[in-house]
Design a protein around this ligand. Structure first.
Ligand SMILES: CC(C)(COP(=O)(O)OP(=O)(O)OC[C@H]1O[C@@H](n2cnc3c(N)ncnc32)[C@H](O)[C@@H]1OP(=O)(O)O)[C@@H](O)C(=O)NCCC(=O)NCCS
Length: 158
């Protein structure tokens, strides 16, 4: 059983942890940019926002230390949290890493006594979130003129 401050190890050498060192933060934002911004020609820096300073961040590191999955949680209100910037390296998808990030963010939301989690899902990710108990509430923003999003919500059971 890992101690509370010990990063969680699971099969295949992947480690779930919060970014702490300057290098980890650099790798964390780099993955965000490569997955969520670069394909649409967006500049470095566009992957960050003002809520990063107060948000709760998780990453998965591979056995060689590379950051292969990331995600962030922030509070919209005392009872509602929002997940943003979920990204898994293309070569590591379908191995449960996105699920580990999302579950870790939800655990944090529960520990803050939050009762529901919302997110704006890309078209292509809606079914991933459905598998995790989220339901579509309606259309959300269209990013870069082409990436349609849908508002989704999950009520948490303490
Ligand atoms: C969406 C994303 C975060 C999922 O991460 P992942 O590590 O590939 O997902 P997991 O391996 O944890 O998948 C968990 C389950 O969801 C399913 N799933 C994963 N991605 C899916 C998708 N896009 N559509 C449908 N089902 C999906 C998996 O098959 C798996 O099902 P199972 O439990 O029956 O085996 C990842 O594919 C990604 O980074 N996509 C590009 C960026 C993106 O769209 N981010 C979300 C922005 S809103």
């Amino acid at each position: 059983m890992p101690k509370p401050d010990e990063p969680a190890r699971k099969p295949e050498g992947f480690i779930l942890a919060e970014p702490r060192t300057a290098q980890e933060w650099e790798n964390y934002f780099d993955l965000r940019w490569r997955v969520l911004r670069q394909p649409w020609g967006q500049p470095r820096g566009s992957e960050r926002d003002d809520l990063d300073a107060e948000g709760f961040h998780l990453m998965v590191r591979g056995s060689a230390g590379a950051v292969v999955a990331v995600g962030r949680l922030h509070l919209n209100s005392p009872s509602e949290a929002q997940v943003r910037y979920m990204a898994v390296d293309e070569t590591c998808r379908g191995r449960g890493l996105g699920s580990r990030i999302l579950s870790g963010l939800e655990d944090r939301a529960l520990s803050e006594s939050v009762t529901s989690v919302v997110l704006n899902a890309r078209d292509s990710a809606i079914n991933f979130y459905r598998r995790h108990g989220y339901s579509v509430e309606g259309p959300a923003e269209i990013l870069f003129g082409e990436v349609r999003h849908f508002r989704m919500r999950k009520d948490l059971c303490p």
